[in-house]
Design a protein around this ligand. Structure first.
Ligand SMILES: [Zn+2]
Length: 251
């Protein structure tokens, strides 16, 4: 019998990699899942989400990666060496270069799964001057339920350790302000990350963010969007029927 977390990790990867969803193609995107206090699974570099197999899941140690967040300047070679050294099994494939932000996000309270894609509609906005506008506002109830009251916005940063440091900085500011981890992190000119306690919550935040992006672009063409007020958002978050729905959907 396969480890149930490995099974869920593969299911999440296959769902995010489905071609018809336009979230990731070829080697784009990556996923991770916490195994315990010491290690987690992450997608191997250069593998495809839609067809990910057990041997493409690399077990990595948090302790081998989190210290990189404190380092100011690392050469590409030093980063490469650290990624390989962080593997629990030296015969395993090389982890994705984004493994450092996965390690940090999986250390947040309540976060067990993380997904990252270059979703087409979300990237239409993230490559436009209205990227921050999309992150900071909400337009409809299900967006609030699945994606939270706002998303973290990360200005464009070179992928790798520098990006992981920028994600940590912006996410810590969000948690400071809202007393909880975000559901969605938007990276300018790059893509998005969704995170949660279950693989279903990561998938639903990803699909709803992509739907919200299509709505945003359409509404912008008609002179909008008309955004929710903070009172609208607080009301939706406080509704008992929405809390029930979240539990039913394992979010
Ligand atoms: Zn990426």
């Amino acid at each position: 019998m396969q480890n149930p977390i490995l099974q869920e990790f593969l299911t999440l990867s296959h769902e995010l990699g489905r071609e018809d969803r336009g979230l990731a193609m070829l080697g784009e995107g990556n996923t991770s899942a916490r195994l315990g206090d010491k290690t987690f699974l992450v997608k191997a570099s250069g593998t495809c989400l839609g067809t990910l197999r057990e041997e493409d899941a690399v077990e990595c140690r948090f302790a081998g990666l989190l210290p990189m967040l404190e380092q100011e300047s690392l050469t590409d070679q030093q980063v490469d060496d650290a990624l390989l050294a962080a593997r629990a099994d030296t015969k395993a494939k090389k982890p994705s270069v984004e493994v450092v932000f996965h390690a940090w996000l999986l250390s947040l309270p309540g976060v067990k799964f993380v997904g990252h894609t270059h979703a087409t509609s979300v990237n239409q906005i993230l490559c436009s001057p209205r990227a921050r506008d999309f992150a900071e506002h909400r337009m409809f109830p299900d967006e609030v339920v699945c994606c939270g009251p706002a998303s973290v916005f990360v200005p464009f940063t070179d992928p790798g350790v520098k990006l992981a440091q920028a994600i940590r900085r912006e996410t810590e500011a969000y948690i400071q302000q809202r007393q909880r981890p975000p559901r969605v992190i938007l990276m300018q000119n790059h893509g998005l990350i969704t995170l949660g306690g279950t693989w279903q919550s990561v998938l639903s935040a990803m699909l709803m963010a992509e739907k919200a992006a299509r709505i945003f672009v359409g509404a912008a063409a008609l002179g909008g969007p008309v955004f929710f007020s903070s009172e609208n958002i607080a009301r939706i978050e406080g509704r008992p029927d929405e809390a029930y729905r979240q539990r039913a959907l394992k979010m």
